[in-house]
Design a protein around this ligand. Structure first.
Ligand code: AN7
Length: 355
């Protein structure tokens, strides 16, 4: 028991058996993992699927899937006696690193591309008291700097190149098999640095080995068209997309993403910003799910496959990787809300509504 009437929780506690922790690993937690899997209300049919489920990774404590891997990386850093951690980030990794550092009494440093991080993510980093360094360049430049800096200074690198992050993130695949009673036929998700697609594939493969699942899902990864190095097979020096979380031109886990795609008979394709924003609006308006633009890329991909006559039914899970609240500018730019003013009386509101 961790306290009066409270059961222990979190990824390290629940999934220690699949994470090969040591006896000295501190079981820190902000309540990450164990996120809901909810059935689609409307998009299932539009996507030409028999079943579509959403894995709500936006329900993690800092609002993205990054918490699953970060809790493991930070616990390991603590175990190794680290006093400070560093990462490069398009925003969500930095919010997560900053939160777990604050929780654990570690100093943290985040390198972010200047002017390209969504406002909510910056607000989180500021609130958690991390040292923010805005790099005069893009995410790929920030990651190069973070790798070199952590090799020279006594600071632990908690980016997705950290070997503890992917095992932490794979726990979401185990949860999906647990909730559905088997693996789904397909898993759709956005691809940026390509760590998550690699993590899910590892998780599903282990589920099959351990007898939790009979199926190996096809991994369906989607990059933004302006930031699609894996699709093009070449680095993208100046990646551009409204989905700033996946504005990445040189993914760290490129090779393992290709392996996940090929071993699963899956695909990694591109979706345009218009397709991403259409899926973003449909998720909110038709499902009641407010996910950030990058998260909508996976759903945009499923819609694209259906429109191109490439959907073949079956059961799919789409991972909603981050919360829409993180990027209020994109939300407000999408809509022209018809807000009416009214006097603060019943009659005034009736008049304004035309009742
Ligand atoms: C919401 O935070 O790379 O393919 O630095 O924030 O595993 O990189 C974020 C990536 C998808 C892509 N959805 O996942 C970072 C960062 C959201 C994200 C991705 C990210 P990966």
């Amino acid at each position: 028991m961790t306290g009066a009437g409270q059961r222990p929780h979190g990824v390290l506690y629940h999934w220690g058996s699949v994470l090969s922790l040591s006896e000295r690993t501190p079981l820190i937690s902000l309540g990450e993992g164990d996120t809901p899997l909810v059935r689609s209300a409307a998009l299932e049919r539009l996507c030409g699927l028999d079943e579509l489920w959403f894995k709500l990774e936006m329900c993690n404590p800092t609002g993205s899937f990054k918490d699953r891997g970060m809790v493991v990386a930070v616990a390991r850093a603590l175990e190794d006696g680290a006093k400070a951690i560093m990462c490069a980030s398009t925003g969500n990794t930095s919010a997560s690193a900053a939160a777990y550092a604050a929780h654990s009494g570690l100093q943290s440093f985040v390198l972010v591309p200047s002017g390209r991080v969504a406002a909510g993510k910056m607000a989180q980093a500021i609130a958690f008291g991390t040292r923010i360094v805005e790099i005069d360049g893009n995410f790929d430049d920030a990651l190069t700097a973070a790798r070199a800096l952590t090799a020279r200074h006594p600071v632990a690198l908690v980016h997705s190149v950290n070997p503890d992050r992917i095992p932490g993130q794979k726990t979401a695949a185990v949860e999906i098999c647990d909730a559905l009673g088997d693996a789904p036929d397909m898993l759709a998700l956005p691809v940026g640095n390509a760590g998550n697609i690699s993590a899910y594939w590892k998780g599903f493969a282990e589920c099959a080995e351990l007898g939790y699942a009979t199926l190996h899902p096809r991994m369906l990864g989607f990059q933004a068209a302006g930031a699609a190095p894996i699709v093009r097979g070449a680095l993208v020096p100046e990646p551009q997309t409204v989905a700033t979380a996946i504005r990445i031109g040189n993914p760290a886990s490129w090779q393992s993403a290709l392996a996940a795609r090929d071993e699963s008979a899956g695909l990694i394709e591109a979706v345009t910003d218009d397709q991403i924003l259409e899926a973003y609006r449909l998720l909110a308006e038709r499902e009641g799910l407010f996910a950030e633009p990058a998260s909508a890329a996976g759903v945009a991909g499923l819609l694209k496959l259906a429109r191109e006559g490439r959907a073949r039914g079956g059961r799919a899970v789409a991972v909603l990787t981050g919360n829409g609240l993180k990027d209020p500018e994109t939300a407000t730019a999408q809509y022209h809300p018809d807000v009416i003013r009214a006097e603060a009386t019943v009659a005034g509101v009736e008049r304004a509504l035309g009742w």
